[in-house]
Design a protein. Structure first.
Length: 149
């Protein structure tokens, strides 16, 4: 009895006509479940990629985002697809970082947001870009200092 090739099932698989997910600039939002409280939402995006606008070569960055939401929060999957949408776009590090902040502020109007981008070494130089937004009139609660034991 001839042995069946274990890869034959994979070879017969047909790719979907439309991929189940695709890059998108649309940031989906949902109501903040605790708008009465200031709390920090942190996102870590360790695999960001875009293109150098001068050479067309890939640029890589690690983004950290901190948000104190107001009425709306950003939905995580849409944020992933948003970051993916930069994969084939050229942009200077400073412009990309500030555009991401602007788009988040436009989508959710947070009380506060900080984006820190750690751009990997290119030409012997590592670039760090931090951009921040603070809603007019918003002040954070004073920090709590706990007694040492």
């Amino acid at each position: 009895m001839p042995r069946k090739n274990p890869r034959s099932a994979l070879d017969e698989r047909v790719a979907p006509a439309v991929p189940p997910t695709a890059p998108s600039k649309a940031l989906q939002v949902f109501p903040n479940p605790a708008p009465e409280r200031d709390y920090v939402i942190r996102f870590d995006v360790p695999e960001f990629t875009c293109l150098c606008p001068l050479t067309g070569q890939p640029d890589f960055a690690h983004f950290s985002i901190e948000i104190v939401a107001d009425r709306l929060c950003v939905e995580t999957k849409s944020l992933k697809l948003y970051f993916w949408s930069y994969r084939n776009e050229g942009g200077f590090h400073e412009k990309v970082t500030n555009t991401i902040l602007d788009d988040l502020v436009k989508a959710i109007a947070p009380r506060w947001c900080r984006i820190h981008a750690d751009w990997f070494v290119r030409g012997g130089i590592r670039t760090f870009v931090t951009a921040e937004h603070r809603k007019k009139g918003w002040k954070p609660a004073p920090p709590v200092t706990l007694p040492a034991d």
